[in-house]
Design a protein around this ligand. Structure first.
Ligand code: ATP
Ligand code: MG
Length: 389
């Protein structure tokens, strides 16, 4: 087991700044996920930690030692790729044994035909076979040891790739989108397998994905990246309920967070499309300030319009998923769309065109300034049950 630190890592490729001073502390035995849109630098950071690519600036530490000048092989990390990277002409057993053969056998012991007669080769090979079989048992791969990768499913191949990483007993696993080649159902199943593996091995896992659901369900902590920077590093729950910026709020959560325009009135109350939301108070508020408020789909409640209070909206369509329904509605400015999560029965009486009123609790409102930075109200504010008086 080992902690991993990245200190002010920067990377320039050609004239492009791919990583812009990224600092990261991954705790010993932690499952940390790097998540972010395509091109934000996730794989580059992982490859730098593995030593497969040099950084332009900054330093990597593993288990308390600076490893910048240490070759990938000696960093005691194993990397698992999206593409499995298995050798097609080798069996599963040979693929899994390869890292051990490269490490434990000298070149003359690896020679074809004569290698087996070299001193120590037989013992080393039998140790390797045992190790491979142990790992194969852990991953349920024993029945497949004699097969070639082409005779296996995607999930099984990915398990072989995991097995090949495990045989070396590394203290850090680096995984770059290992599940993205699998279909949706298998992906969910493999998520559980990988988190189970993490628990059993107790090793440090750094996992890259652009799938926010994977990040949320698997990780101890999540680092949300964008444009070569880490925007926020926190537990999945914190990232979801307490994002620092609008970018983070938008990236995490499905359906996406609802964003509504707001303006500060002369009494320093928020006005959302002409409806007052009182009770939100931070020192930064100024009259006429333009803000955005964020509300998760489950934070909004609705009632059929009775002409009294709440934000007026018109239903555009209802997405029924069995366990949940998502009501898509347009607010009265005709441009702001919101998605409201409802239990299926509750949405039954609604049709496209139905007029509804939306309610929410001030405690669930996330307020962002014009730069997209979060404005946080002091925690001591009384929590209101409804934002509308
Ligand atoms: N060899 C290269 N030459 C030029 N630019 C590169 C090179 N390798 C990576 N980049 C650029 O660096 C940026 C980060 O790439 P990286 O592969 O780390 O992104 P990523 O977050 O892993 O994306 P994805 O989710 O698509 O895998 C991208 O904008 C990419 O175009
Ligand atoms: Mg990548």
């Amino acid at each position: 087991m080992a902690a991993v630190t990245a200190s002010k890592i920067s990377k320039t490729i050609g004239t492009t700044l791919v990583l812009n001073g990224v600092s990261l502390d991954v705790r010993n035995g932690e499952f940390l996920t790097l998540v972010g849109p395509s091109g934000c630098g996730k794989s580059t950071l992982l490859r730098i930690i593995a030593g497969l690519e040099p950084q332009s600036g900054g330093s990597i530490g593993i288990a308390g030692a600076v490893v910048d000048r240490i070759r990938p092989k000696l960093r005691n990390v194993a990397m698992v790729f999206q593409s499995y990277a298995l050798y097609p002409y080798m069996t599963v057993e040979q693929n899994m044994a390869l890292p051990l053969i490269m490490r434990k056998l000298a070149w003359w012991q690896r020679l074809p035909f004569v290698g087996r007669w070299m001193p120590g080769a037989a013992k080393a090979k039998s140790d390797i076979r045992k190790e491979v079989r142990d790992v194969a048992a852990t991953l349920g791969l024993e029945p497949f040891l004699a097969r070639k990768p082409s005779q296996m499913s995607g999930g099984q191949r990915q398990r072989v790739a995991l097995g090949r990483a495990m045989v070396r007993r590394p203290s850090v696993f680096l995984m770059d989108e290992p599940l993205s080649n699998l279909d949706a159902k298998l992906r969910v199943q493999m998520r559980e397998e990988i988190t189970g593996l993490h628990r059993r091995l107790g090793a440090t896992f750094i996992y890259v994905t652009h799938d926010q659901a994977e990040a949320m369900t698997m990780s101890d902590r999540v680092a949300v990246m964008r444009n070569g920077e880490i925007l926020q590093l926190a537990t999945p729950q914190e990232i979801y309920t307490d994002p620092d910026t609008i970018e983070v709020a938008k990236f995490i959560g499905s359906p996406q967070i609802n964003l509504l325009p707001a303006i500060v009135d002369d009494l320093l109350d928020l006005q959302v499309l002409g409806t007052k939301v009182s009770g939100f108070s931070v020192p930064q508020l100024r009259c006429d300030m333009k803000l955005t408020i964020g509300l998760r789909p489950e934070a909004i409640h609705f009632a059929v319009d009775d002409g009294t209070e709440g934000l007026l909206a018109s239903v555009s369509y209802i997405e029924s998923l069995g366990s949940d329904s998502f009501i898509h509605a347009k607010l009265k400015d005709q441009t702001t769309q919101v998605i409201v999560r409802a239990i299926p029965g509750a949405a039954q009486q609604l049709r496209p065109g139905s007029q509804i009123r939306l309610f929410f609790s001030l405690a669930d409102v996330l307020v962002f300034d014009a730069d997209g930075d979060r404005l946080r109200a002091a925690k001591t504010l009384p929590q209101m049950t409804k934002a509308y008086a």
